[in-house]
Design a binder for this molecule. Structure first.
Ligand SMILES: C[S@@+](CC[C@H](N)C(=O)[O-])C[C@H]1O[C@@H](n2cnc3c(N)ncnc32)[C@H](O)[C@@H]1O
Length: 205
């Protein structure tokens, strides 16, 4: 296992936890923002997802009737665990015939014409899990994503907090941008996660 593949998936007291590169990425106790990320893509027939995680976003897309979901996941360990059914949900997502589960860096896998591209690979641009992911939030890569959308398609980026720099980079890439705030309570603590949804040149009315 190399530095980019340091993923720990464990279940404690019935809660699934995912640790990536030594950083807590998520658990199964509160997943409303992962579900909201999928909802922000809809309606859509073909969706490209960066980051498998525990599979909540992908599962929500499938439940909504999306016809093709390509999930690009950096960790081959996590992909293998999903294929082995390490959690019921990961097994179901990996086995779904509509899912194309690819091991790789989303930076290298944005091609084609998608109704939506979803990026949830860090704890957001202000809290990177992998330093090399910084490029994913810059104008050049965001513009590349926008070019890989059908007219009216959406690029949605999950963030652990508001990121004006990301909004600016999306706007500089030519997008119309909206921020969707997802209030979340975890135990005693409250957070406002933010989904940045960007539309390319063909803006729906
Ligand atoms: C927060 S989790 C995604 C959660 C997912 N939305 C869900 O519903 O469970 C982030 C995932 O992105 C993966 N990842 C990190 N950097 C990546 C990259 N550059 N390309 C693809 N996957 C990446 C991590 O290994 C991890 O599985």
């Amino acid at each position: 296992m190399d530095g980019t593949d340091a993923v720990v998936l464990r279940t404690r007291d019935g809660v699934d936890e995912l640790i990536v590169n030594g950083v807590f990425a998520m658990d199964s106790t509160q997943v409303s923002s992962e579900l909201a990320l999928a909802d922000a893509a809809l309606p859509a027939a073909r969706v490209l997802v960066g980051g498998l995680g525990l599979g909540y976003t992908a599962a929500r897309l499938l439940a909504a009737g999306v016809e093709q979901v390509r999930v690009v996941e950096l960790s081959s360990t996590l992909v293998a665990a999903a294929r082995a059914g390490a959690t019921e949900q990961l097994g179901r997502v990996a086995a779904d015939p509509r899912v194309d589960l690819v091991t790789g860096d989303i930076a290298d896998h944005v091609h084609g014409a998608w109704d939506a591209i979803l990026l949830d690979v860090d704890n957001g641009p202000t809290f990177l899990i992998h330093d090399h992911n910084a490029r994913l939030y810059r104008e050049q890569f965001l513009a590349h994503c926008l070019r890989a959308l059908v007219p009216g398609g959406r690029l949605v980026v999950w963030c652990e907090q508001a990121s004006p720099d990301l909004a600016d980079a999306l706007a500089a890439a030519g997008a119309r941008v909206e921020a969707i705030v997802v209030p979340v309570t975890r135990g005693e603590r409250s957070f406002e996660y933010v989904l940045y949804r960007a539309y390319g040149s063909a803006i729906p009315t």
